[in-house]
Design a protein around this ligand. Structure first.
Ligand SMILES: [Cu+2]
Length: 174
C-alpha cells in the first residue's frame, strides 16, 4: 500500500508542473485535447501507464501547447578582434594610425595586434596618466609578428608604442 501512495504523488507533481506551464502559456490553455486531459486523469487514477501519460505530454510539447524555452543556450563565443599596426605607423608625420584607433569589443574578446609596418613596434598598456602598466605588454614585434591579449573586464584601455610614443591607441571593452 505504501508503494501505491508513492506512485500517486508522482502524477500529482507532474500535473502541477503542467498546470503551471498551462498558466504561463495561457493563450494555449484552450488547446489541450480532451484525450490528453483524460490521460492525465487516468494516470492519476492508475488506469494508464506512465509511458502512455508521457506520450500525451510529448504530444503537447511537439504541438507547442507546452512551450519550453531553451534556457540552456550556450553563450555566444566572442570573435577575435584585430588591431593592425599599418605601414608608416613609425612616421610621426604620416597618418599611419592603429586600425582601428579605438577598438570596441565585448568582454572576453581576444585582441590580436599585427605589425604590418616595415619596422618593429611594441604594445605597452598605459594608465590614465600615460604611465606604462603591467597589463598587456608585448615584446618588440617585427614585421608580420602578432601579439594578443584577452580583455576580461570592461573599461577603456589605452596603449602606446615605446619606440614611437606619439602612437597611442584605445581598446574600449563593454
Ligand atoms: Cu612603434
Amino acid at each position: 500500500m505504501k508503494h501505491k501512495t508513492r506512485k500517486i504523488s508522482v502524477p500529482i507533481l507532474i500535473f502541477s508542473v503542467l498546470l503551471v506551464s498551462f498558466t504561463a502559456n495561457f493563450a494555449n490553455a484552450e488547446s489541450i485535447p480532451e484525450w490528453v486531459k483524460n490521460n492525465a486523469l487516468w494516470y492519476g487514477q492508475g488506469i494508464i501507464s506512465e509511458t502512455e501519460f508521457l506520450n500525451a505530454i510529448k504530444f503537447l510539447i511537439e504541438n507547442d501547447v507546452i512551450v519550453i524555452e531553451n534556457i540552456k543556450d550556450k553563450p555566444v563565443k566572442n570573435i577575435d578582434a584585430t588591431v593592425t599596426i599599418p605601414n608608416g605607423n613609425s612616421d610621426i608625420a604620416s597618418g599611419g594610425f592603429y586600425l582601428p584607433l579605438n577598438l570596441e569589443i565585448p568582454v572576453n574578446t581576444k585582441v590580436i595586434w599585427v605589425n604590418d609596418d616595415l619596422v618593429p613596434h611594441n604594445i605597452q598598456s598605459q594608465d590614465e596618466f600615460g604611465n606604462v602598466i603591467d597589463l598587456f605588454n608585448s615584446p618588440p614585434l617585427s614585421t608580420g609578428d602578432k601579439f594578443d591579449f584577452v580583455f576580461e573586464e570592461s573599461g577603456v584601455f589605452s596603449y602606446y608604442c615605446s619606440f614611437h610614443p606619439w602612437r597611442v591607441g584605445l581598446v574600449t571593452v563593454r
